[in-house]
Design a protein around this ligand. Structure first.
Ligand code: BGC
Length: 761
């Protein structure tokens, strides 16, 4: 027991009282603010005409970022609640001036923009950020992006995308934080905190948007906009948790998905928006449709007309319509016919106005970039570099070919279509990204090695999709005259993102042949892959000594990659998504259910080894593919380092506890290699027997630790009842008593295990 001396005991109790008072005060203040906002909303609402109310529900695209005469007139008439895609500060200020000074009620505009992974300074694509497993840096990145965007007058970003994504064919996996509900939730909340800050009224705070509610990541076949068939239990246990976490973190807005979810398009889905989002989760914010997703409901075959689509969307709970105009065109008639009542319209308008008051827009007049820190400052670039460096995943390093030794290196061949492309390294959704800021790998390698190392650059392929091999001889020649060859391969940014799904996720074009050709030069071959998704890279592994997965790394791709290649920093990224061997294994994710016939290591028989004219393989029937086995190429959470880490001494205390009592899981991680490095220690749990089957493992916590050679550190995680709860057959969330396995280690294949028991009494 800790003995507190009398003096400090009273000091401690005073501190406790003060902390309690501060907490009570903060809650009271928040409630007072909320009440004051509600009062202002009600006052405004009573002054509004029906047309002005409908106007608040319209989000209009600023064509080419400009303010057309038509847009000006609509804003002046109070027919626009939000404008998207205006980022020129003069245009934004003029739009706000017209709204606030020339419209009858002077209601400011929400200025929306897709600030997805940075603004001028481009950060790694969200999938790359997720590979850093560093919520703090993700939060700082979002804060930086918010400040850069706010300096242009943007007050609302359509981010973060928190769709759990388990299909690398889907182009939008690039925009996601990967396959795991826990990782996506933690990073989603970090981004929301970064964008919104502590106080939405502060300059530089912008409203975040949790999108796309819900299930878009499970588009059938990985084809964008595809049907989504997800049982409610998986919606609740897998796809919804990041959205619930976003509500709890105070996200200001939600966006619906384009998807047809179990037969009801998300933008007309009352179960999703009413039952779950409003009734169960008590979301007080604004729900915006996706681009024309209300109109799409006619095409889905869910609404007979645009008017019916408007009816379905508003009555299901879409407050604001993005881009299409079914509300503007049809709500007057729907109200006159009493299909929609005024209370439904008012509820939507309240949600829009509340966000405007929360953001303090009525008190802001003009945006002056001089009030903000400079965009793309050295500080922002340094942050981008740090996040990028942590996002790089070392997948293979045979013979410790990496890091390259600067002292002994005399020459280096730098090959490939992604080595020196200031645009392609930025990735999808970079409306405002500035290629002039990009530092490419080639430039950074030249900088880091200095003039004494001959850097021989051969692009070899015009694009990653090129089929011509005429320049391969030049690449082989450069490699054979150099100490080593680094190839920058992958896929251009246009090959991922919205509507850019792929059925074949191999390295496109003749890139595999290029690796093979360069290998023939007999020098160490290092492959760096820049891509928006996991690619099926197994065919190149035999010809590459080292492979670094760089995602689309953004503005600071070059310096971050160069630091890793030359060992200034050890790689520490871990995969946020499982890498399949072949595309036919998709969907493949670590948190699968066991099946009744799970494969056992060493029991697999490959199709090539099956005898002719046989009806039996001689093995028990198991859940695998005869031609691809059952293991992925790389598991979730995997990533190598220039050092090695050993895990030991796992313990759970108490190992037997009543449901409701927290348990502590801890282990010791030791740097058993020769260089200082970061490691991401991961905790996985299995609820062995459930009232419904549970995943074989689920990520429940992670911690990034930095260790010197020989240094050990204890990592410790607290598991509460809530962490172990799940939705069962009755769609109620509960923690069930029983046996649990817990593993701590460096990937989802961690082997160090301890068990614990939760009891009912
Ligand atoms: C996308 C959204 C995006 C919106 C506005 C849509 O096509 O699905 O994610 O925020 O466009 O640009």
């Amino acid at each position: 027991m800790t003995v507190i001396p009398a003096f400090s005991r009273s000091a401690a109790s005073l501190l406790c009282t003060l902390a309690l008072l501060a907490c009570v005060n903060t809650t009271a203040r928040a409630e007072a603010t909320r009440a004051a906002i509600d009062e202002r909303v009600e006052r405004l609402l009573t002054q509004m005409t029906v047309a002005e109310k409908i106007g608040q529900l319209a989000q209009v695209n600023a064509d080419e970022g400009k303010m057309s005469a038509k847009l000006r007139a609509a804003v002046k008439a109070g027919m626009v609640g939000s404008v998207l895609n205006a980022v020129d500060v003069a245009t934004v200020n003029e739009l706000q001036r017209v709204a606030m000074q020339e419209s009858r009620l002077g209601i400011p505009l929400l200025m929306g923009r897709d600030v997805i992974h940075g603004f001028k300074t481009v950060l790694p694509i969200p999938l790359g950020q997720a590979a850093a497993w560093n919520p703090d840096l993700v939060q700082q990145g979002a804060r930086m992006a918010a400040l850069e965007a706010a300096a242009s007058g943007v007050n609302w970003t359509f981010a973060p995308m928190i769709d759990v994504s388990r299909d690398p064919r889907w182009g939008r996996i690039a925009e996601s934080f990967g396959e795991d509900p826990h990782l996506v939730s933690v990073l989603g909340v970090a981004s929301i905190r970064g964008f919104q800050g502590d106080d939405l009224t502060r300059p530089g705070a912008i409203a975040a948007c949790a999108k796309h509610f819900v299930g878009y990541g499970a588009s059938e076949g990985g084809r964008d906009y595809g049907f989504v068939g997800i049982p409610e239990i998986d919606l609740r246990n897998v796809y919804m948790p990041p959205f619930k976490a976003a509500v709890d973190a105070g996200v200001a807005t939600f966006m619906t998905a384009f998807s047809d979810v179990n037969g009801v398009p998300a933008s007309g889905n009352r179960f999703l928006m009413q039952t779950v989002l409003r009734d169960e989760w008590k979301f007080p914010g604004l729900v915006v449709s996706d681009w024309e997703s209300i109109l799409d409901m006619v095409v889905h075959g869910f609404a007979a007309s645009e008017k019916d689509a408007a009816f379905e969307a508003l009555s299901a709970g879409v407050d604001m319509e993005m881009a299409s105009t079914t509300y503007r065109d049809h709500l007057p008639a729907l109200l006159a016919e009493k299909r929609i009542d005024m209370a439904t319209l008012d509820a939507a308008v309240r949600n829009v106005l509340r966000v405007k008051f929360r953001l303090g827009l009525f008190e802001r007049t003009v945006t002056d970039p001089a009030d903000y820190p400079p965009v793309a400052s050295e500080q922002n670039l340094a942050l981008a570099k740090k996040l990028t460096a942590q996002s790089l995943v070392l997948l293979q390093n045979r013979g410790a070919v990496l890091p390259l030794e600067r002292q002994s290196l005399r020459s280096l061949a730098v090959i490939g279509p992604m080595a020196d492309d200031d645009y392609e390294q930025l990735g999808t959704w970079i409306y405002d990204g500035d290629t002039a800021l990009s530092r490419t790998p080639l430039q950074a390698i030249r900088d880091i090695v200095g003039p004494q190392v001959a850097v021989r650059h051969v692009r070899a392929m015009e694009t990653t999709r090129s089929r011509t091999t005429t320049a391969f001889a030049e690449a082989v020649d450069a490699a054979s005259r150099s100490d080593a060859a680094v190839l920058f391969l992958g896929e251009e940014s246009i090959l991922s993102g919205e509507a850019h799904s792929r059925a074949d996720i191999d390295l496109p074009g003749n890139q595999m042949e290029l690796v093979r050709a360069v290998r023939s030069a007999g020098k160490p071959v290092i492959v760096v892959i820049l891509a928006g998704r996991p690619l099926t890279i197994e065919p190149i592994l035999g010809d590459a000594d080292a492979v670094v997965y760089a995602w689309h790394p953004g503005t600071m791709a070059g310096p971050a990659i160069a630091d890793i290649l030359f060992g200034v920093e050890s790689p520490s990224g871990k995969l946020p998504v499982t890498f399949p061997r072949v595309v036919g294994q998709v969907p493949i994710y670590y948190a699968q259910r066991n099946t009744g016939k799970p494969p056992l290591p060493g029991t697999f028989l490959h199709i090539d080894d099956i005898k002719v004219r046989t009806s039996q393989t001689g093995l028990k029937n198991k859940s695998w593919y005869l031609d691809a086995g059952y293991e992925p190429l790389y598991p979730f959470g995997y990533g190598l380092s220039y050092t090695s880490f050993a895990y030991s001494d796992i313990a759970v205390t108490p190992s037997r506890a009543r449901v409701g009592m927290p348990v502590q899981v801890r282990a010791v991680v030791t740097n058993v290699g020769k260089v200082e490095a970061d490691e991401v220690a991961q905790l996985y749990v299995q609820d062995v027997v459930g009232s419904v089957t549970r995943p074989v493992r689920e990520l429940k916590g992670f911690q990034r630790v930095r260790l010197e050679p020989g240094e050990s550190r204890e990592v410790s995680f607290q598991l509460t009842a809530d962490d172990l709860a799940f939705y069962g057959r009755d769609m109620r969330r509960a923690t069930e008593p029983g046996t649990f396995h817990a593993w701590i280690g460096g990937s989802s294949k961690a082997e160090l295990r301890a068990d614990f028991e939760l009891t009912a009494d």
